[in-house]
Design a protein around this ligand. Structure first.
Ligand SMILES: O=C(O)C1=C[C@@H](OP(=O)(O)O)[C@@H](O)[C@H](O)C1
Ligand SMILES: C=C(OP(=O)(O)O)C(=O)O
Length: 422
């Protein structure tokens, strides 16, 4: 039986300043671009968590040097990519979707596998696209083999990316090194998490790559050099949301330092979401400060662009006195776990009244009671349980350690925020 973490109940309004580690999404993009760049790169304040260590390990297995630099930085030195290699993806969507295109540029056999749950996550679209672009790949899901020849033709490919934006980002990140670059056309239901594709495009352009995304559902990357990076990684705004939610659900005040004035991170959307739920939200040079209301306001919101915020928003909604509806998130059934089913099951186990809709969740207010909160190996399910535990005595989160996927020490940070010893 995995260990149960007794979620602390807030002894009053939470008042804290919470520095948050680097962005998983930015860090793993920077690692891929640095691995394919024309010279050595430095990543300042990268996230050091399971997902980013898996990305670093994957690139090292292909011959890329990823070394520890000063103050927790990473120094990345590209080299000729080669196998044989075995890539462990863990449960990291960014590793299982961003590394196969890199492996297609290596010479030799590269074998991919991951956690049992990772084998259930959508991936075939990326592998089929790589085959169309000239790659030789055995298998359509984890585990699979890439037989690299040291180059990839590239060209035009039409995919259905409605299951994950990462299908697009993965192809674009490696595309400057494809002989013809790539043109990715999406055909299907709307692509989710578009800010993450904007992040990809923005980081490619910052590395000197020519990207054309003027036409909807079309992304063109020209072949060419990727400039070496010297990048400061922003704090992970999505991982800041449980700490900001602590202020929102206790009528307290929490500041997250270093909140960027401009960002492509989807987590920035939490500002408007918390405002809609009655919180006072202010960004200053000190960071983002949230002050919670006496009572939360329910919310009816389309989260299609920011699906990774759903577990936090669902926890907030479950503590609001009125019906909330979360829409546009059908693709979350392919995240670390089926997050719609997981949230419905776990909230209803605590006395909640949550129904799944075709594309989201309907959350009716109910007085919640304590109980065991299953995390399904999903870091954001675990943090959602912690948020609820602030107001609901007796919530015990199963497998709180799964938060290490993207936060190095969530239990310690949570205890520090509450003024408790870890
Ligand atoms: O590219 C990325 O870094 C991510 C893209 C999104 O994936 P989906 O488009 O599958 O939601 C997001 O939910 C995930 O947390 C990180
Ligand atoms: C969906 C997520 O991660 P990934 O797809 O990168 O594993 C997430 O962090 O919420």
């Amino acid at each position: 039986m995995t260990q149960l973490w007794p979620a602390p109940v807030a002894r009053g309004a939470v008042r804290a300043t919470v520095p948050v580690p680097g962005s998983k999404s930015i860090t793993n993009r920077a690692l891929v671009l640095a691995a394919l760049a024309e010279g050595p790169s430095s990543l300042c304040a990268p996230l050091r968590s399971r997902d980013t260590e898996l990305m670093a390990g994957a690139l090292r297995s292909l011959g890329v040097e990823v070394q520890d630099g000063p103050d927790g930085s990473w120094l990345v030195t590209p080299s000729t990519l080669h196998g044989p290699a075995e890539v462990g993806c863990g449960l990291a969507g960014t590793v299982m979707r961003f590394v196969p295109p890199v492996a297609a540029l290596a010479v030799g056999r590269i074998t991919f596998d991951g956690d049992p749950q990772a084998r259930q996550r959508p991936l075939g679209t990326v592998l089929d696209a790589l085959r169309e672009l000239g790659a030789e790949i055995d298998g359509n899901a984890l585990p699979f083999d890439v037989h690299g020849t040291g180059k990839l033709a590239g060209g035009t490919v039409t995919i259905d990316a409605s299951a994950s934006s990462q299908f697009v980002s993965g192809l674009l990140l490696s595309a400057p090194r494809f002989e013809q670059g790539v043109t990715v056309l999406h055909q299907g239901k709307p692509v989710p998490s578009l800010p993450h594709i904007e992040m990809t495009v923005s980081m490619l352009r910052a590395a000197g790559v020519d990207v054309d995304d003027q036409e909807p559902n079309t992304w063109r990357v020209a072949p060419g050099k990727i400039h070496a990076l010297d990048v400061d990684i922003e704090p992970d705004l999505s991982n800041a949301t449980p700490f900001l939610a602590a202020a929102a659900v206790t009528g307290g005040t929490v500041t997250v330092p270093g909140w960027p004035a401009q960002t492509t991170q989807a987590g920035d959307a939490i500002r408007e979401i918390l405002r809609q739920m009655g919180a006072h939200v202010q960004r200053t040079d000190a960071g983002l400060t949230v002050t919670g209301p006496d009572e939360l306001t329910p919310i009816d919101i389309d989260l299609h662009d920011v699906g990774e915020l759903t577990p936090t928003v669902a926890a907030l909604a479950a503590l609001a006195p009125g019906r909330s509806q979360l829409r546009g998130i059908a693709h979350l059934r392919g995240h670390e776990t089926d997050r719609l089913a997981a949230l419905q099951n776990e909230l209803n186990k605590l006395g909640g009244a949550v129904e799944q809709t075709a594309d989201g969740l309907l959350i009716e207010p109910r007085p919640l009671t304590g109980g065991n909160w299953h995390s399904y190996a999903d870091h954001r399910m675990a943090t959602a349980g912690a948020i609820l535990g602030l107001r609901v005595p007796g919530v015990a989160v199963e497998d709180i350690a799964t938060t290490a996927k993207t936060i190095p020490d969530f239990p310690g940070m949570w205890a520090t925020m509450l003024g408790e010893t870890a």
